[in-house]
Design a protein around this ligand. Structure first.
Ligand code: NAD
Length: 351
């Protein structure tokens, strides 16, 4: 049995992780620490067996108290400012939460876990493939030894946090692992990110804004595959090591957007009553969802291509993604259609 502290557990990936963990390890204790920023949502944890503590990861004393009071042995760190576009508008929150916040957690873990008792512990840090910078079309995919070259304030702040995690292992002996993953998608994702934004825009007949030429390439990872990857890191990852976790679906944005359009059209053909629920959708009027596509000015400093080489995770963790992109996207769309109560209040906020 393990006692977990999950930071950012009311967010997209953290929330999915809590549900995943409950299902796979029903006897474990799960405590969530989340500041409930715009991206955190109590209802994401509906039905979860977890105690939600509303608080800030930068509150080191609070974190120390949680580690002690709940005899936490495993800290899984998701909490972050996570949206690249927001980091371009205002980098400060990214420095505060992603760098200072991670340092605060590490300090607390060091104080409590390394206080002479030598208790077995694990600090697992969730990071991104964006720390490696941008690839050309023929460059080899990112491996764990690719030099860091972050290009956005978001990825720079994540890179700094990765280095701090590494340093606490090498300097103080904290048992840490880090996973660098690709773009996640799935249930409970805040509708400012590409896939839920485009799904909801398509349902409401709003334009689908495509950055630049739409040919930026990303690897897409279903969030449940990601959770399996994290579980494998916790079970088999070697202290001090980093692991790349990918979805095996390297795609240009345009292909992702075309798949979304096709899946929305398909849902309207297959699911009764959608035209009445979403009368502004082109699909409700017999038109193609792709008619909503529109090109907008590219994101500043937009990285061209990310790709993940997950040879190490396959070899050491026996990790491999299980969900194909089309299947995962279809399930995600159907989840949003079935869970309007979850997204409706959030979508109203970002229009
Ligand atoms: P998210 O924005 O959906 O959720 C972040 C959560 O952290 C929210 O619940 C928020 O309330 C909480 N939080 C923010 N600041 C906090 C603070 N100071 N104290 C406590 N809680 C705070 O993010 P996500 O998409 O779930 O991403 C989770 C992690 O995975 C992040 O570290 C992110 O960098 C990383 N990541 C995400 C992706 C992706 O595709 N979403 C890809 C690679 C890596």
């Amino acid at each position: 049995m393990a006692n977990l502290l999950v930071t950012g557990g009311a967010g997209f990936i953290g929330g999915n992780f809590v549900h995943y963990w409950n299902a796979r390890h029903p006897d474990d204790l799960v405590v969530v620490l989340d500041a409930l920023t715009y991206a955190g949502n109590r209802s994401t944890l509906g039905g979860a067996k977890a105690e939600l503590v509303e608080g800030d990861i930068r509150d080191t004393e609070l974190v120390e108290g949680l580690l002690r009071d709940h005899a936490i042995d495993t800290l899984v760190h998701f909490a972050a400012e996570s949206h690249v576009d927001r980091s371009i508008v205002g980098p400060d929150a990214f420095i505060d939460t992603n760098i200072l916040g991670t340092n605060s957690l590490l300090k607390a873990a060091r104080t409590v876990w390394l206080a002479g008792t030598g208790v077995a512990h694990r600090f697992h840090h969730i990071s991104t493939d964006e720390v490696f910078g941008s690839l050309g079309p023929n460059d080899p995919a990112f491996s764990e030894t690719t030099p860091y070259a972050p290009n956005s304030p978001y990825s720079a702040s994540k890179a700094a946090s990765d280095h701090l995690v590494r340093a606490y292992h090498h300097t103080f002996g904290l048992d840490v692992t880090t996973s660098n993953c690709s773009n996640n998608y799935g249930p409970y994702q805040y509708p400012e990110k590409l896939i839920p934004l485009f799904l909801l825009n398509a349902l409401h007949g709003r334009s689908l804004p495509i950055y630049g030429d739409g040919m930026n390439v990303r690897d897409w990872l279903h969030v449940e595959d990601h959770c399996r990857g994290i579980e494998a890191c916790l079970a088999k990852g070697r202290p001090g090591e980093t692991y790349n976790i990918g979805g095996g679906a390297e795609l240009p944005n345009m292909e992702v957007i075309d798949t979304i359009c096709a899946e929305v059209d398909r849902a309207f053909a297959e699911v009764d009553g959608l035209a009445a629920r979403y009368p502004d959708a082109p699909a409700a009027k017999g038109e193609a969802t792709s008619s909503l596509k529109s090109f907008v000015t590219d994101r500043a400093g937009h990285d061209r291509r990310y790709a993940i080489d997950e040879t190490k995770a396959r070899a050491e963790l026996a990790y491999a993604p299980e969900r194909g992109f089309e299947e995962g996207l279809r399930q995600t769309l159907r989840w949003y259609l079935d869970n309007e109560n979850w997204w409706r209040p959030l979508a109203a906020r970002i229009q």
